[in-house]
Write a protein that binds this ligand. Structure first.
Ligand code: FES
Length: 75
């Protein structure tokens, strides 16, 4: 994969929707994840978890992102 393809793949990944109810993409959630310790903090910063499902769909995804982020920061 060349640099151009890598950039396109990253952009597509960041545009992937994490919170379906509010249409909030990964690119908006990741900065909040880096600054947060709980799903509730991410929800306050990124606006996730406030849609019709009240976070039942995006909450587990955000929890997974937080776990990965916290594991990486320990290394
Ligand atoms: S998917 Fe995020 S509030 Fe429903």
């Amino acid at each position: 994969m060349n640099e151009q393809d890598k950039k396109k793949a990253l952009i597509l990944k960041l545009q992937r929707v994490v919170c379906i109810c509010k249409g909030i993409p990964l690119g908006k959630v990741l900065p909040a994840v880096r600054r947060s310790r709980t799903v509730e903090e991410v929800n306050r910063r990124a606006g996730t978890g406030q849609g019709g499902c009240a976070g039942r769909r995006c909450g587990p995804r955000i929890r997974t992102l937080l776990d990965k982020s916290q594991r990486l920061s320990k290394k």
